[in-house]
Design a protein around this ligand. Structure first.
Ligand code: PRP
Ligand code: URA
Length: 209
C-alpha cells in the first residue's frame, strides 16, 4: 500500500479553504497555490539524505549536516500543475523541471497526452509530480506510468485536493509512489468533479472557462 500523507497544518488548511471559495479571484488563487505548494515542499523533502561536512564557524571547527546532493526534478502535469512549480522551487531552487501535458477528455474522462519534455538526467533524480487535483486518478496515474516507462524509479506525487476514488486508484496502480495531499474530500460528482473541491483548477488558475 502506498504511503499517504495528509497535511493538517492550520496554515495549509486555512489557505485551502480560501482556494475553495468561488469568490477568490484568479490573482489570489494563484498566490494561494504558490504559498500552499511552498509549505508542502517542506514536508515532501523531509527524507532528503544528509551528509557530514567539516566547516569552520567564527569560533570553532565542527562537523555539520548538509544535503547529500540528491538531485530533484519537478514534473508538473499541464496545465494546472504549473501553478505549483514556483512555490516548490522557492524551497528546492536547484530542482530541474520537466513537463507532461495531459488533459482529461470530457466525454471519456480518460487522460490524453499532448506534450512531454523532461530533463535529460531525469532517471538519476528523485521526481516530484505536481497536480493540484486528484479526482479519478486517471491523469496522475497515466503521468506516473509514463515516467516509469522512461526508467524513472523514485517518484512522489503531490496534490492539493483529492477524492477517495483517486487515492484508491493511485494506490492500486502505483503502490510504490507516496502521495502528499492537503485535503481529502468527500467524493466525485457525475462529471468526476471533486465535491466540495474547488471547481476546475486550470480554469481558476489561468482565468479561462
Ligand atoms: C485536471 C487536473 C488533473 C485532472 C484530474 O486537469 O489538473 O490533471 O483534471 O482529474 P483526474 O484525476 O480525473 O484525471 P484537466 O484535465 O482539467 O486539464 P487542465 O489542467 O489543462 O485544465
Ligand atoms: N479536475 C479539476 O480541475 N477539478 C476537479 O474537481 C476534477 C478534475
Amino acid at each position: 500500500m502506498a504511503q499517504f500523507f495528509l497535511f493538517d497544518h492550520p496554515l495549509i488548511q486555512h489557505k485551502i479553504s480560501m482556494l475553495r471559495d468561488k469568490n477568490t479571484s484568479t490573482k489570489e488563487f494563484r498566490e494561494l497555490v504558490h504559498e500552499i505548494s511552498m509549505l508542502m515542499a517542506y514536508e515532501v523533502t523531509r527524507d532528503l539524505p544528509l551528509t557530514d561536512k567539516e566547516i569552520e564557524t567564527p569560533v570553532a571547527k565542527t562537523t555539520a549536516k548538509v544535503l547529500a546532493g540528491k538531485k530533484v526534478a519537478l514534473v508538473p502535469i499541464l496545465r494546472a500543475g504549473l501553478g505549483m512549480v514556483d512555490g516548490m522551487l522557492s524551497i528546492i531552487p536547484n530542482a530541474k523541471v520537466g513537463h507532461i501535458g495531459l488533459y482529461r477528455d470530457p466525454n471519456t474522462l480518460k487522460p490524453v497526452e499532448y506534450y512531454c519534455k523532461l530533463p535529460e538526467d531525469i532517471t538519476d533524480r528523485e521526481v516530484i509530480v505536481l497536480d493540484p487535483m486528484l479526482a479519478t486518478g486517471g491523469s496522475s496515474s497515466a503521468a506516473i506510468q509514463f515516467l516509469k516507462d522512461r526508467g524513472i524509479k523514485s517518484i512522489k506525487f503531490v496534490c492539493l485536493i483529492s477524492a477517495p476514488e483517486g487515492i484508491e486508484r493511485l494506490q492500486n496502480d502505483h503502490p510504490d509512489v507516496p502521495v502528499f495531499c492537503a485535503a481529502k474530500d468527500e467524493r466525485l460528482n457525475d462529471h468526476a468533479y471533486i465535491i466540495p473541491g474547488l471547481g476546475d483548477a486550470g480554469d481558476r488558475l489561468f482565468g479561462t472557462n
